[in-house]
Design a protein around this ligand. Structure first.
Ligand code: CTP
Ligand code: MG
Length: 388
């Protein structure tokens, strides 16, 4: 049997995921992503060893995530995915006992890789110098030009590349050396550029790459992971009317016979919603993050506050499941602006509009809102914590 080492690349920074903890060290049903990826290969009969490419700045996280696995000293990665691959291969070139016959390069960010996919890639290396797991594109593909379709693309020969990507070792080492710095995003592209034939074998639709928090939620579901940690937060705010000719509600300018008074733009709905999100992650309230006494918030666009709360939710490993805002006022009428408000909130929250609700009610002319002295808003937010 040919010797085969799995090289797990885990030296990225997870910019798009946006969590404080780099995504490869986040927990998925109790185990860090990188550990799940490692275990998939360690337990495979065709794989003789596993080596991880990591970021030295993450050393403590790496040690914790790989505790008890008895792995060889990890290799410091590079600034790009391509560099990290090459640096891992160079370490294997100097491997005690000789370089392996085969190498399987795999993203730490694909924790759900299955044994059958690994087997198919290894088997293909018997008749090709390179082989990658991939899945056929099933959606009809459209070309986009300025918001309109500019034709349908033939998808019959289009596949989405996954990892593992397997190679005969000396062929890929030479290709990587020759193409260093070419800015290629996977190792198959390095092989292709070097003229190596790359076989495609079926991967698995579940072998997803965790790029954003939504992917981690999906991975959790695919694992049949237990009940997610769902949090809710409630927000409430009031602003009084003052002379003027418009109000800002849910980030939308609404013409009115009065304005709202406040130290910022007085967007009562965004303030309630910001508090709801902060409440869901137990992170204080809007006043503790943006004190009204601080002159820098005077007249500021309240989406600044909401974006800050969204960033805190992400940093906590959370995903916004849903938000529901209720405006309480006799006037202005909210109905004609509701669609614009939903769209604006979805944009600021970075969620699809189906996860946003805006409602309005009067208080039958009762109380301060009934007397048109001001506007009140309530909001409730549901946040799913993926890494409790
Ligand atoms: N990777 C790496 N070295 C790099 C960049 C990426 O080893 N310089 C690894 C990542 O850790 C990940 C895999 O390559 O396991 C796939 O990359 P990607 O999903 O893009 O992860 P990141 O680069 O960390 O994320 P982002 O692009 O959002 O910053
Ligand atoms: Mg990347």
């Amino acid at each position: 049997m040919p010797s085969c080492i799995a090289l797990i690349v885990a030296a990225g920074s997870g910019e798009r995921f946006g969590s404080e903890l780099p995504k490869q060290y986040l927990s998925l049903a109790g185990q860090p992503l990188v550990r799940r990826a490692i275990e998939a290969f360690r337990g495979h009969p065709a794989v003789s060893g596993v080596l991880v490419v990591y970021q030295p700045a993450h050393r403590a996280l790496y040690d914790q995530a790989t505790q008890g696995l008895g792995l060889p000293e990890p290799v410091p990665g590079g600034a790009t995915r391509q560099d990290s691959g090459r640096l891992g291969l160079e370490r294997l070139a100097a491997w005690p006992g000789g370089a392996p016959d085969y190498v399987l390069i795999h993203d730490a960010a694909r924790p759900l890789v299955d044994a059958e996919t690994i087997s198919r890639v290894v088997a293909a290396l018997e008749h090709a110098p390179a082989a990658i797991a991939a899945v056929q594109v099933i959606d009809t593909l459209k070309k986009w030009v300025d918001g309109f379709t500019a034709g349908t693309v033939d998808r019959s020969c289009l596949w989405r590349a996954q990892t593992p990507q397997g190679f005969r070792f000396s062929a890929i080492l030479e290709a990587h050396r020759r193409l260093a710095g070419a800015g290629l995003t996977d190792d198959a592209a390095v092989a292709e550029a070097a003229g190596l034939p790359v076989a495609l074998v079926p991967g698995s639709p579940d072998n997803i790459k965790v790029t954003t928090p939504i992917d981690l939620e999906r991975a959790h579901r695919l694992l049949g992971g237990g009940v997610p940690d769902i949090r809710t937060g409630l927000g409430f705010d009031v602003h009084r009317f003052a002379p003027g000719d418009f109000v800002t509600l849910c980030g939308v300018r609404v013409p009115h016979s009065q304005s709202l008074e406040g130290h910022s733009d007085a967007d009562v709905a965004l303030h309630a919603l910001t508090d709801a999100l902060l409440g869901a992650i137990s992170a204080g309230d809007i006043g503790s993050h943006f004190p009204p006494s601080d002159p820098q918030w005077r007249g500021v666009d309240s989406t600044v506050f909401l974006r800050h709360a969204v960033a805190l939710v992400r940093a906590r490993g959370g995903v916004i499941g849903h938000v529901d805002v209720t405006l309480i006022c006799e006037r202005p009428k909210v109905g004609p602006h509701r669609a614009a408000m939903v769209e604006r909130l979805a944009e600021v929250l970075e969620v699809e509009p189906g996860r946003v609700s805006v409602k309005a009610t009067t208080t039958e002319k009762l109380g301060f809102t009934g007397r048109e002295e001001g506007i009140a808003a309530q909001a409730i937010a549901t946040v799913v914590l993926l890494c409790p």
